[in-house]
Design a protein around this ligand. Structure first.
Ligand code: ADE
Length: 225
């Protein structure tokens, strides 16, 4: 997979991909991640990428020129399965969307700033608009990092233990059950007996029941679907 990210703050996107699983996914060749500074595509001598909004009002709007140039220069090189715009008014990010996106060859992600991008960019180029939650971030970069992380870890071969993405919360529509490691007793709290039983059938049944109970208590909305 190849992921291109358009941003005015490429430095914000360095560390999220420079450690742990995201770093290994790149060194093992599962994904190539490129960030592009939108200022490079500005004609203006101050490298401005925003302007006052028509109709007045507080807050700048990201201009069509640099974004359109950046997208078209990337599109000249390859086809993108999705051109994603990170925005609080987008579709809420769900595990099912991450699963779908993990099958893509090429993704392009546009990070919004200020009051957002000129609507014509959305009308002309964007194929998917994603929000990571009902709150407003200073820009789309951290949201883009969330999407990239959630998608890249699903690419086959990225996780060491191939089964571990399958047992994630949400993968089967349920939250994950509680987990324990040594010691068997800590400050008076004991690991549930069944997990020490060595009986895989009993363990599986316990985990399923716990996953269901946890989901019912914390995310009943997931059971209604
Ligand atoms: N940009 C600002 N806030 C955002 C959010 N909640 N999700 C996606 N992009 C954003």
């Amino acid at each position: 997979m190849r992921i291109d990210i358009l941003t005015v703050l490429p430095e914000l996107l360095e560390s999220p991909f420079a450690a742990s699983i995201m770093q290994r996914a790149q060194t093992k060749g599962h994904v190539e991640i490129y960030t592009h500074n939108l200022r490079q595509f500005s004609d203006n001598k101050h490298r401005n990428v925003d302007d006052y909004q028509y109709g007045g009002g507080a807050g700048m709007v990201m201009s069509v020129g640099p974004i359109s140039k950046a997208i078209e220069s990337l599109q000249a090189e390859r086809h993108y399965d999705e051109i994603i715009y990170m925005t609080p008014d987008g579709e809420m990010l769900e595990q099912s969307t991450c699963n779908q996106l993990s099958l893509a060859q090429n993704l392009l992600i546009l990070c919004g700033h200020y009051k957002g991008v000129d609507q014509r960019i959305r009308d002309l180029y964007i194929t998917k608009e994603l929000s990571i939650g009902s709150y407003v971030l200073s820009g789309g970069e951290l949201a883009a990092a969330v999407v990239v992380d959630a998608v890249v870890r699903l690419i086959p071969g990225v996780l060491n233990d191939e089964t571990s993405a399958l047992t994630d919360s949400f993968q089967d529509g349920l939250l994950a059950p509680p987990v324990y490691t040594r010691p068997p007793e800590f400050k008076g709290l004991h690991v549930p007996e069944v997990l020490l039983s060595g009986n895989p059938k009993d363990v599986a049944a316990w985990r399923e029941a716990e996953a269901y109970a946890r989901t019912k208590e914390r995310r009943p909305d997931l059971l209604e679907e």
